[in-house]
Design a protein around this ligand. Structure first.
Ligand code: ATP
Length: 326
């Protein structure tokens, strides 16, 4: 009897240990308020080692606050954060050696040259990555002798990315790394992040670009008003919400949202600026709906069909109107 119990408990411990070893980030019941304004309201998620985890949400949703709590820069009111098994507020030195964090733009001195900044940051690590390769990958070659303050916004952002990667981190935390970058720079940054992922680096980032989240994210976490509203693999999230295809229909006197919702295989219906958006899935969804619409007097030129995407889901879940910020 005893040996069964021992083995059960040790297998339980092993399971927990293995689970823990597979996690790069664990955020549990995180809560943070600024005076009486709750910015992060009881959010929990885990990031598996080696994945790209994307946090999205409207302006003011609480992403940066959550990221700053994760980085140990803000003290949560409640809840816990573990990065590679460590509390970021109590293990700053160790975390710094293994977790690459993208600094804010105003953290660097404008009169320091790019190469001086890189030299200083390299000296913090026992085995830094060769910065010449990283600046080339981030499109900053030739800028080594420029003052930081003279770089463009996009170049500054790319330098901050290089600094985050200098220590060969196991985990990288990036707040809107591709924001404000031109399409070529975005493409190159994603190529680099995908390569790091293949080498085993875990990547956590926030973005407003839903196409990037859909294309590169292994797991997506959507927050709104400080709370998690959807989480999972992008493709599975779309499937769960029956968002395979989107049919845009011009408004027509015979149709309303209630009626459209009764059509077969329809998951979601939205009325936007003089037309309806009808989301659904199933292999005969498009021909069936087109035929049903034809019977209601809708002509082919009043219908547009396309694949539904994560931006559709995001807009559906977070709404299209601006929120009043408090
Ligand atoms: N230092 C602060 N003091 C008071 N309120 C703050 C502070 N920082 C953020 N807030 C408020 O907390 C809420 C969440 O802000 P946060 O910056 O975390 O959102 P976000 O999702 O990162 O937004 P964005 O996409 O615009 O960067 C907002 O309502 C914001 O006004």
């Amino acid at each position: 009897m005893q040996s069964v119990n021992t083995s059960a408990s040790s297998s339980e411990e092993n399971r927990e240990h293995t689970e823990w070893q597979e996690l790069a980030v664990e955020v549990q019941h995180l809560h943070k308020a600024y005076e009486d304004h709750v910015a992060v309201d009881d959010i929990s998620f885990t990031v598996k080692k080696g994945e790209i985890f994307v946090l999205v949400g409207p302006n003011g949703a609480g992403k940066t606050t959550a990221v700053e709590c994760m980085e140990g820069l803000r003290k949560p009111d409640r809840g816990s954060v573990r990065l590679l098994g460590m509390d970021p507020r109590n293990n700053r030195e160790k975390i710094f050696q293994h977790v690459g964090v993208q600094l804010q733009e105003n953290n660097l001195h404008p009169r320091q040259k790019v190469y001086e900044t890189l030299e200083v940051f390299s000296s913090f690590y026992s085995d830094p990555a060769p910065y010449s390769q990283l600046i080339e990958r981030c499109g900053l070659e030739g800028k080594e002798n420029d003052f930081y303050g003279k770089l463009s916004g996009g170049q500054k952002r790319r330098l901050l990315m290089v600094l985050a990667l200098l220590g060969r981190p196991k985990l990288v935390i990036l707040d809107e790394p591709t924001s404000g970058l031109d399409p070529q720079a975005r493409y190159n940054i994603w190529k680099l992040l995908e390569e790091l992922k293949r080498q085993g680096t875990t990547i956590f980032l926030t973005t407003h670009y839903m196409n990037e989240a859909e294309e590169h994210g292994d797991t997506l976490c959507m927050i709104d008003e400080g709370r998690v509203i959807a989480m999972g693999e992008p493709k599975k999230l779309l499937a769960e919400h029956q968002m395979g295809s989107c049919i845009k229909i011009a408004e027509c006197p015979n149709l309303d949202e209630k009626k459209l919702k009764t059509f077969p295989q329809v998951g979601q219906v939205e009325k936007v600026d003089g037309h309806f958006l009808l989301y659904g899935s199933g292999k005969d969804f498009l021909p069936m709906i087109t035929s049903k619409l034809g019977k209601e007097g809708v002509t082919a030129d009043q219908i547009e069909a396309r694949k539904a995407n994560l931006e559709d889901l995001y807009l559906l879940m977070t709404g299209r109107a601006y929120r009043k910020e408090t």
